[in-house]
Design a protein around this ligand. Sequence first.
Ligand SMILES: Cc1ncc(COP(=O)(O)O)c(C=O)c1O
Length: 457
Amino acid sequence: MSSAMASVALLTPSATSLSLRENSKRIGFGKKHGHLLFKGKASGRVSMTVAVNTSRFEGVTMAPPDPILGVSEAFRSDTNELKLNLGVGAYRTEELQPYVLNVVKKAEKLMLERGENKEYLPIEGLAAFNKVTAELLLGADNPAIQQGRVSTVQGLSGTGSLRLAAAFIQRYFPDSKVLISSPTWGNHKNIFNDARVPWSEYRYFDPRTVGLDFEGMIADIKAAPDGSFVLLHGCAHNPTGIDPTPEQWEKIADVIQEKNHIPFFDVAYQGFASGSLDEDASSVRLFVKRGLELLVAQSYSKNLGLYAERIGAINVVCSSSDTAARVKSQLKRLARPMYSNPPVHGARVVANVVGDPNLFDEWKQEMELMAGRIKNVRQRLYENLSQKDKSGKDWSFVLKQIGMFSYTGLNKAQSDNMTDKWHIYMTKDGRISLAGLSLSKCEYLADAIIDSFHNVN
Ligand SMILES: Cc1ncc(COP(=O)(O)O)c(C=O)c1O
């Protein structure tokens, strides 16, 4: 497009037609196939200076940077060599480099050798992916799967799957609200707000113990209107890294059952919390075993390192196969006008890795390695904090937390100090991603945390 045409596109309709009529005589605009064409030679004077140059988008205000992804943007523009990005939850090697899993490379090689095509997928996604993803989540021998009661639709990773589920809730349960933990992953509120699903919070984090406020959580779930959706992090709660114990999960299930609520799990870290895929799915499986109907959003961003492939799923476990079929048909109906059908690449990678016994075993080993590296830096950070801080503060909460994150308890001003003085980038709620930390940087991080905690109010 010529620069003259580009400026035409920005003008108001009235200004455009006026200036075009005036200018077309001098510079030779023509019209062909409904498009404006520039026939003359462009010169500086051709610009539409006669027109009133007000944008139709004048009323659009500047959006604030995203609280999580905005941190990476700020990190990129910092030139200090000590800088450390602990904002985004993405796994890094000990050298702090992004990591592509070997099993992913092997699966991609297989795909290339097979010369697979790029045809559209069905709206619900790749059948082989949907099968293995439900099996990975619930266990292949789960009666819910065997009885055809699970409706699985491939989604645009965890976020897109949550968004699809939110659209489903908005359409079929317009009077229900979703209960979300306080705090929770920052995007949950955005997702429900944009889908126009009302939400409220249940207590989760106890700042006094830097642990779970279990009593508060139970009381708030009990107090919610019957039939509410309760959003639960399947494992490795983001941002706190604090998960209920198996006994606490049983009690949560009791209350949810008592209140006729609908559990809605967000499983973004299966395998990343404990290093075991089965153990990290035990919360979801416990609810399914009780015969409850529930929703589960899954993501392969973290456990297979497929962040940019946008691969995940929404599963709805129903009471009968007939209901599951109807639910699936409606999920497809919601997906069609939103994005038509999902991308194929990540789905094939997952289907190849999870569906092949050899690659599956290799994946489990790689995951243990990743989870193990995070556990090691967690341990080292705790040791550095305890040894260096002479105030007697108990830092053992760092060890009790699980998964990619540590919720340090630092407030906004203290988190600002971490960035402004120490060049450590993190979210303002005090969360740090240990997946972006190396053993050699633990001491520096401990110094920064101790300084921020004691010297900033
Ligand atoms: C709790 C939780 N849910 C869902 C997601 C979704 O991630 P993605 O859309 O990359 O799968 C994340 C990512 O950080 C998360 O932490």
